[in-house]
Design a protein around this ligand. Structure first.
Ligand code: COA
Length: 370
């Protein structure tokens, strides 16, 4: 990190179905809350970075950088990032680069998505834009199908049973009960996960993150200090097509980004107290805890079975909080800051990926009041 960057403000809408709110309204709510939380004025913002994947497909709306900037009285410069479900992490990385270079001193990052106004088959087709249109999509895959393949292979390699996999979504749903911003705030038993309708064998309805609307905003600054420092920001990429992967039970981009982020923050996995990771499907949570170095290959489920010193997706994760795709990577940092403040621990990590982790982003936060 070439500068001391502080997270000075955060705000979000509740994730869920917001038929009465447009992309603009959702952004406005999250941005206003972040500015109030930061104790700055809108005029202090030098640059706006907007994360969005599906504006054109679900709302006929592009050009979201300028739309977000025009919610501020002085209309600062703005850009939009798109990296599928990792759009939020990439927006944060771009903001970090602007701050490190000195081009900006205070940057607003807002992730926004509106997915529920169109039929689910249209959303599923639009989300497949995150896959390889030439090499993978013609087989008829959807993203539940992609992760169904990952789950099948993982079960074959490591002997994970359906009963064990049920534990993952159940845990995330139980965690979300106390999160007022979660889309689904009901506890679900492991048995209910296993009995839910089949979506893409072996994945069932309750293995899947839902389709959601929502926005999340953060303000990062080198000018104003706060109790929370951004200690690392790393992005890594991999082949978009699954046909070019050595394995689908581990994602190289997650592993590389994690390695770079730990090196940048000068810590290791054992230093972490809170992790928010990308559980777009239950199996993705197990692959991710292993890619982050929190468990050995094939052993991710043990982290969910044991009471560890570490919290994983204490917010409810994507499964229960909802997954308005480009807002997720921004919202994860809001939850990590909240968790660090509550526990008074020092280190927390957010892990966000796009597609089958063809882009992965890791951000590490340090609580300076730990
Ligand atoms: N978890 C829990 N409940 C869910 C849910 C989920 N993931 N998805 C839908 N529901 C609930 C709805 O609230 C609804 O409940 P209600 O009848 O009480 O209102 C019910 O299940 C049916 O909802 P519906 O929208 O008709 O479901 P669907 O079958 O059309 O869609 C999925 C379910 C799993 C296919 C859809 O949520 C999906 O595609 N998820 C994955 C999204 C994705 O790929 N994201 C990108 C990741 S890389």
């Amino acid at each position: 990190m070439n500068a001391d960057i502080f997270l000075i403000g955060a705000g979000q809408t509740r994730f869920g179905e917001w038929w009465d709110k447009s992309l603009r309204t959702l952004m406005d709510e999250a941005i206003s809350a972040a500015i109030t939380d930061a104790g700055v004025t809108a005029l202090d913002i030098d640059f706006v970075v907007v994360a969005n994947m599906l504006g054109e497909a679900t709302c006929d709306q592009a050009h979201l950088g300028s739309m977000a900037a025009s919610l501020l009285p002085h209309r600062p410069p703005a850009l939009r990032t798109e990296a599928a479900c990792a759009s939020g992490a990439v927006a944060l990385h771009a903001a970090t680069a602007l701050l490190e270079s000195g081009r900006a001193e205070t940057v607003l990052v807002v992730g926004v998505e509106k997915m529920t106004d169109v039929p689910n088959d249209l959303v599923a087709a639009a989300l497949m834009g995150a896959a390889d249109a030439e090499r993978d999509a013609p087989s008829g895959l959807t993203f539940p199908g992609v992760f169904g393949l990952v789950a099948t292979r993982y079960m074959h390699e490591y002997g994970l049973t359906r009963e064990k996999l049920n534990i993952v979504s159940s845990r995330h749903h139980v965690n979300a009960v106390s999160n007022p911003n979660a889309q689904f705030r009901m506890a679900i038993s492991p048995e209910a996960v296993g009995a839910s309708p089949l979506v893409a064998d072996p994945l069932r309805l309750l293995d899947c993150s839902p389709v959601s609307d929502g926005a999340a905003a953060l303000i990062l600054s080198t000018k104003k200090e706060s109790d929370t420092r951004l200690a690392a920001s790393a992005i890594s990429t991999d082949a978009v097509s699954l046909t070019e992967r050595q394995t689908i039970t581990s994602f190289a981009a997650s592993r590389t980004a994690a390695m770079q982020a730990f090196a940048e923050a000068s810590i290791g996995p054992r230093d972490l107290s809170h992790v928010e990771l990308h559980d777009c499907f239950s199996i993705a949570a197990l692959v991710s805890v292993e890619d982050l170095g929190l468990a050995d290959p094939g052993m991710g489920i043990h982290l969910y079975e044991s009471e560890d010193h570490l919290t994983v997706n204490a917010s409810g994760g994507l499964k229960a909080c909802g997954h308005p795709v480009a807002a997720t990577g921004v919202k994860q940092l809001i939850d990590i800051r909240k968790q660090l403040r509550q526990s008074k621990k020092q280190w927390g990590l957010a892990h966000n990926f796009g597609g089958a982790a063809a882009t992965a982003g890791i951000h590490i936060l340090e609580n300076l009041h730990a």
